[in-house]
Design a protein around this ligand. Structure first.
Ligand code: ATP
Length: 434
């Protein structure tokens, strides 16, 4: 299938039809910029997060995991610069009063009615709330707009508990909230989303080397989740567009159906954050180098990944339409490590004796792999359903199976079928999923 033939409607419709993603608060007319992940969406999302966590935390010795609170002392956001600076340029149409992000409008005209737009002003994207029963300035808090600050404020805790050697990192997966002026493009720009972030603390003199290492890490991660390299573009942010604290930023962009857009960011943030929190909290956030007997503020490299954008890119990349016997077959050619279900167990009919051996097979296989059991509708329809949700293998139990104790295994992409003994099933999948 050509990339150009793919449009977002197909992805959104499959996501809803098959229980991946629903509109947030749907029965009340929805809530812009929010999405609810259904049973299959949760599985895929958990697989993405699990893979990231294994790769960057569990399988390395130098990155520590963290799960910080979403609500933080408002001083955190003053020190980090978010209270004053985390904003997008906002304009309002003089005619229809609709509001837009100024940098997303063409020719400064309202994209709805074509009217003149007014003066640009800065709109802070943090969701404000109050903590406790008193609603005054001292009780203000914010829903975090990124997970990174939870990491910086725990820098000293990790140093004190683990005494890590530099370079080392702290990783966190969690929700972030931004009051986006114009949420759009399905999961791409939401108001509530998830991030997977690492702050990798380094010695300033080595920043170029570590930055290159992290570019490689990002490429390998993108390969691990199966995105086609051709759809990925690395964008070197020009010096004049860099954030004031960054000396180098590379965006990893993906060719979404609505255009090439940022999937991930990799930024060298210097010592800006640790220094700002040292000033803000009066607690020195430093690293002590025992060999040299000196203290310094580490610099930091930040690979920042959006879970939902990863999810969307995976759906877009793996969505395939094929012509089979004059009919269109929709297949999600997703990596088996990410597939919501690894094996579908499909008894040919609901007859009791078939159910019995099918359930026995299910009980055995589900201890090791995520399985789905389906006995409704014709087998052809069930295969199509499994193709659409990306299940790599279907195990079909037919009447012959009662006699020969063998079942049919159908492979998703090739549709090739194998007949194997029930006693061999576990070994067969162990080999496939090793
Ligand atoms: P954009 O320019 O698209 O608004 P950004 O540069 O502000 O993104 P960062 O602050 O670098 O984004 O956030 C890190 C990552 O978090 C992004 O690369 C993206 O994967 C994800 N992300 C940011 N904003 C959103 C959002 N509104 N919805 C979903 N994911 C998001």
């Amino acid at each position: 299938m050509k990339k150009n033939d793919l449009n977002m409607d197909k992805i959104i419709s499959l996501a809803k039809r098959r229980g991946f993603v629903y509109q947030g608060s749907e029965i009340y007319g929805g809530l812009a910029g929010t999405w609810d992940y259904g049973p299959l969406g949760v599985e895929l999302k958990n697989n993405i997060k699990g893979l990231w966590w294994s790769r960057f935390v569990r399988n390395r010795g130098d990155i520590y995991g963290l799960d910080a609170a979403i609500l933080m002392n408002q001083e955190v956001w003053k020190a980090s610069g978010h209270v004053n600076g985390f904003s997008d340029p906002l304009v309002e149409c003089k005619k229809c009063k609709k509001r837009f992000r100024a940098d997303q409008l063409e020719k400064n005209k309202c994209s709805d009615c074509g009217g003149e737009v007014g003066e640009e002003r800065q709109f802070n994207m943090m969701f404000k709330t109050n903590i406790g029963a008193n609603e005054d300035s001292s009780s203000i808090s914010y829903l975090r707009p990124e997970t990174a600050q939870g990491i910086f404020v725990n820098f000293k805790n990790i140093i004190d508990s683990f005494h890590p050697q530099i370079p080392f990192g702290i990783a966190q997966i969690g929700k972030a909230f931004r009051n986006e002026i114009a949420p759009r493009d399905f999961l791409f720009r939401a108001r509530e989303f998830e991030q997977m972030e690492i702050e990798y603390f380094i010695n300033e003199k080595n920043w170029k080397k570590h930055f290159e290492e992290w570019i490689k890490e990002m490429r390998e991660w993108i390969e691990e989740i199966g995105l086609n390299k051709k759809n990925i573009h690395e964008y070197e942010t020009p010096k004049e567009k860099l954030a004031h604290y960054s000396k180098r930023t590379v965006d990893f962009e993906y060719d979404f159906p609505f255009g090439k857009s940022e999937l991930y960011g990799l930024a060298y943030r210097t010592d800006f954050d640790l220094k700002s929190h040292t000033t803000g909290s009066n607690v020195p956030l430093e690293y002590y180098d025992q060999e040299k007997n000196e203290k310094f503020t580490p610099h930091v490299i930040e690979p920042s990944l959006g879970v939902d954008r990863t999810f969307l890119a995976i759906l877009c990349d793996s969505y395939t339409e094929e012509e089979v016997n004059g009919e269109t077959r929709v297949v999600l050619k997703i990596k088996s490590s990410l597939a919501p279900f690894k094996i579908a167990i499909l008894p040919l009919s609901k007859k009791e004796d078939l159910q019995k051996i099918s359930k026995k097979i299910l009980t055995e296989l589900k201890t090791k792999w995520a399985c789905i059991y389906d006995e409704t509708q014709s087998i052809g329809k069930r295969y199509r359903r499994q193709d659409e949700i990306g299940t790599p293998y279907c195990v079909t139990i037919d009447f012959e199976s009662l006699n020969d104790k063998m079942v049919t295994i159908r492979e998703r992409d090739s549709m090739k079928q194998d007949r194997i003994a029930i006693t061999e099933l576990k070994k067969y999948f162990e080999k496939k999923y090793e």
